[in-house]
Design a protein around this ligand. Structure first.
Ligand code: FAD
Ligand code: MLT
Ligand code: ZN
Length: 484
């Protein structure tokens, strides 16, 4: 339980306590208490599904401050939630009870950028989009891109091993991150901010923190390799009449443009209709008729004429073979943005329509739509479709075998949830799929990990957690099953 003396200690560690410490607790030496509503932003998640009751948010400015705070919390056995941009979709970034929140937003400095190698070293709290803008001036780009880029932080991206829209081309953060600086639960600073591309000296410890969702250490610095920014982009959206056609188009696109392909996304008609009705971006449907599925492709390269020729050949082939029913190729940057908006606005539109149960799963591509259809008929059979459930939409990163199935209800309701779960997890276990492709486990799926991982793997994960965090202070009640 957080006491007055703890807040006073935090205030003494932070260089600017008046702006770096928000608390509702009254103290004699600490900063003035704030109204509880000022903590809402930090206690509630992006979906408004998970709610914590922390009374104290710390926004340290240096690794040293983070280290001293953690050392003190370790001695006092105070539980802590690391928080980045709070855009996570599994409830990992908000407290379960009254854990102290350490928000990394004030650690937002770029430490170095090497224009020859493309190696970027920065504080963990840098916003993804700001980093991308910064290195764009130097001809580089971040190797990941997400709809949440304007708010999410690179530390949060690494902590969740975020995938995103260009994973297909640039791969996982497990490959792109070169080094990390991490504060361990006892305050020790693990300085692993290497900029080396190759380094086979012992266990690659940084890999443990990538995707660890703030359970074994607080990431304070990131070293990451960034690719050259392509100068030529093409974006097209195709309408197709079946899910088989989505797969057929994927195969043809890879055969024709595999080396310049940077995204292959899909969404169903229900997603597009929802976006048209609810997205703020003023999204415009480029097609006159409705179609069951849509595919968005992006190519990027360094020679426009070369890419244009390839994309035009692809279009001819797709039309002639009737692989697609209709298609639109962006003619300028505005159209590039508006075609991307059709896909990127889906999460926001779902949030506007209602309370969204999000399932982020991976499985063999050919099974994806079966799961969406199964879910619709199951909810229908239980009398929920069109009643408590407003819509079920399927979309995602086909190129990575990653489906997002969103079930949008009028409110978060146990009566809806018990029809979806554990059914969906059992379904995925049967096809050897993953219950979390890219969003992570957080509070939502910690107890469910057994559907995707063996008891032996989970036991080793628990040992690792115990090794780093013997007092279970960092992001407790999440990520791994509790010991029952
Ligand atoms: P937070 O939400 O603050 O935290 C996420 C987790 O990481 C929590 O467990 C937290 O404790 C931990 N954490 C955060 N910072 C640190 C740190 N410095 N050290 C240790 N632990 C930390 N995800 C994808 O994979 N692909 C997508 O395409 C994608 N698109 C999205 C689109 C939208 C509109 C939204 C809202 C979310 C999307 N996400 C996506 C989900 C989300 O995982 C990412 O937005 C992002 O990686 C989270 O970063 P954040 O800074 O907001 O982290
Ligand atoms: C996406 O691909 O749009 C993100 O993962 C967010 C989401 O699934 O809602
Ligand atoms: Zn996604």
């Amino acid at each position: 339980k957080l006491e007055e003396k703890d807040v006073e200690k935090f205030a003494s560690i932070l260089s600017t306590p008046e702006t770096s410490l928000l608390t509702t607790l009254k103290t004699s030496k600490g900063p003035k208490p704030v109204d509880a509503s000022e903590l809402d932003l930090f206690n509630n998640d992006w979906m408004n599904k998970y709610h914590g009751q922390s009374v104290c948010v710390l926004k340290p400015k240096t690794t040293q401050e983070v280290s001293e705070i953690m050392k003190y919390c370790f001695e006092r056995k105070l539980a802590v939630v690391p928080q980045g941009g709070n855009t996570g979709l599994v409830g990992g970034g908000v407290p379960v009870l009254d854990e102290v929140i350490i928000n990394l937003g004030a650690m937002n400095k770029i430490r170095s950028f090497n224009e020859i190698s493309g190696t970027l070293v920065c504080d963990a709290g840098c916003i993804l989009e700001s980093l991308d803008n910064h290195i764009a001036e130097k001809g580089y780009m971040m190797p990941l891109d997400l709809g949440a880029k304007g708010s999410c932080q690179i530390g949060g991206n690494v902590a969740t091993n975020a995938g995103g829209l260009r994973f297909l081309r640039y791969g996982s953060l497990h490959g792109n991150v070169l080094g990390l600086e991490v504060v361990l639960p006892n305050g020790t600073v693990l300085d692993g901010l290497s900029t080396l591309r190759k380094d086979n000296t012992g266990f690659d410890l940084k890999q443990l923190f990538i995707g660890s969702e703030g359970t074994i250490g607080l990431i304070t610095g990131v070293s990451i390799i960034t690719p050259r920014r392509p100068s030529a982009f093409n974006v097209a959206v195709f309408a197709v009449d079946s899910f088989e056609a989505v797969q057929n188009v994927f195969s043809k696109v890879k055969a024709h443009c595999g080396e310049i392909l940077s995204a292959f996304e899909f969404f169903d008609n229900q997603s597009l209709e929802m976006v048209k009705a609810h997205a703020t971006a003023g999204v415009k449907d480029p097609f006159q008729d409705k179609h069951p599925f849509y595919v968005l492709i992006e190519t990027s390269g360094s020679k426009k004429e070369h890419d244009d020729e390839k994309v035009n050949e692809l279009l001819e082939e797709l039309m002639e073979s009737s692989a697609i029913v209709d298609g639109v190729l962006a003619q300028d940057e505005t159209q590039v943005q508006s075609l991307w908006a059709l896909r990127e606005s889906i999460p926001e539109a779902a949030g506007k329509l209602g309370s969204t149960y999000k399932y982020d799963v991976s499985m063999p591509v050919e099974l994806m739509n079966e799961l969406v259809e199964d879910m619709r008929s199951r909810l229908d059979k239980h009398g929920l479709m069109g009643n408590k459930v407003k819509e079920v939409v399927g979309y995602g990163h086909i190129g990575d075998g990653n489906l997002h199935i969103n079930i949008i209800a009028d409110k978060f309701d146990p009566a809806v949830e018990e029809v979806i779960e554990p059914y969906i997890y059992e379904w995925l276990a049967k096809v050897n799929g993953s219950i979390s492709a890219e969003h992570g486990l957080g509070r939502m799926k910690g107890e469910k990990i057994g559907y995707s991982k063996s008891p032996a793997s989970v036991a080793i994960m628990k040992d690792i957690k115990h090794l780093f965090d013997p007092e279970n202070l960092l992001n407790p009640y999440k990520y791994l099953p509790s010991d029952k």
